[in-house]
Design a protein around this ligand. Sequence first.
Ligand SMILES: [Zn+2]
Ligand SMILES: [Zn+2]
Length: 137
Amino acid sequence: MSSVEVDLLGGCLCGGVRYRVQGLPNSPCFCHCNTCRKAHGVSPVTWFTISVTGLTVLNTASLKERASSAEAVRSFCSECGTNLFFKRLALDEIDIATGTLDDANSDNLPVSVIPVKNIHTESRCNKLMPNILAEVV
Ligand SMILES: [Zn+2]
Ligand SMILES: [Zn+2]
């Protein structure tokens, strides 16, 4: 189902960070963890994973990294604050925040980046969930 290679562009809100992601994504998910919630200001955060060789950062001027634990760093734009990447130091792969893809809202979004699981549901914001797919007026 998710064995579709991608070639996608993305970036931060201000355009200071631009990237291209190519290859075969894996583990597309909704993450409900508290660090994603705080880092992005929303929950869940949508992610997919790609080999580090599949990510090309085209414009790094405002890209900053911050350790979010002893094992991982998060990358963000120091100008506009957009959180973009999550990397476990021990792994040769990196997580891309799906919402930073230019075409995240396209009906043609590749199936291989569409979430297939929820993780860290122990910290899910249950009170924020019921209307997520409902029309709220
Ligand atoms: Zn920016
Ligand atoms: Zn998370």
